[in-house]
Ligand binder design. Sequence first.
Ligand code: GAL
Length: 410
Amino acid sequence: MKTITGILAATALTGVGAANAADLEVTHWWTSGGEAAAVAELAKAFDNGTDHTWVDGAIAGSGGTARPIIVSRILGGDPMGATQLNHGRQAEELIQAGLLMDLTDIAEAEGWKDVVHPSSLLDACTFEGKIYCAPVNIHSWQWMWLSHKAFADAGVDVPQNWGEFVAARDALEAAGKVPLAMGGQPWQQNGAFGVMTVALGGLDLWKQINVDKNADAAGGPEMAKVFEAAAVAREMAKNSKVQDWNQATNMVITGEAGAQIMGDWAQGEFQVAGQTAGEDYTCLPGLGETQILDTGGDAFYFPVNKDADVTAGQKELAALLLSKEVQVAFNLAKGSLPVRGDVDLAAANDCMKKGLKILADGNIMPSGDMHLTPDTTSQINDLMTEFFADPSYSPEDAQKSYAKIIKTAD
Ligand code: GAL
């Protein structure tokens, strides 16, 4: 079915009449319940709004699994039509190699500079003045999700900050709960550590380390406190025994665990489970200590393609992803915030409303993906996996290793 939008988009963006229909293979790592519901909204919009067909290329596992597969396919000359990645430095090498489509003409035709909010999202898609990705959401790591059932079973009030959460540990354990649910993948331990750095060390400290690469700050007394808190988190998470992030989220949903530090993509899981924010679970931005959100998130990149029909389909998809309708339908399902400041999220739940207010108040920070190279991120991931897996790994020794990584970070 072709809509007027599709015809206008095809003509405007490709400069020719409606192109022939193309099958567009789209890769991503959205395989949990909430993620699948969200990506289905994108596929539906593309199939209904253009003559082209979305061929879903879901890659199971987390970004840590999918990213190398995606990058090696593009480098190896077997590109997909479009792929999700986190916006920021992950695609830098592919852009430098000339393997990703320049979307600047679409961005200008669609007025992205005027509608994308905050504008830092588009900066994260911009390399040497050209735009190479279509940002689709704002995801923030800076959240903790708490199970009302777990705390009720333990006979304690739902904590409103990290300190109260740590104080509830014994009661949770006495009630047979895992205090802190955490999956066993490196990006999850590193993500939680980053949230604790901002929440307990402050944004300035986080910026000194992640933006300025200040190894003295990384090895200093303020970070020592964060590493001590991370050792407490390690103790509280030791009986999690799950791998995937959404399995850990499910421990909170069922009340088996008290809480999880996880990005707001966890919202999609609570929604699919039919749980209501404020009634079944509580969300604490910045662990209830520092009300701030990072503006990380997802974007779609389009590998250069020789087939004119595929190219036309790529351009139409890029334009469609930032349309108001798609932004609302996708982000409500994904639990993320839209990249446009001009859409009405009437159906947003309490947690999304908390996020929208923090965003509107400008209490935002960049994501690590925007400042650390994949290589540096990978080194910190490995350090955090070792630290969280080995109770004998002292916070002091881990901090020394951390400072060394930051010292050589580029
Ligand atoms: C992030 C991605 C989110 C979510 C999460 C867990 O990198 O931005 O959309 O998918 O991984 O898989």
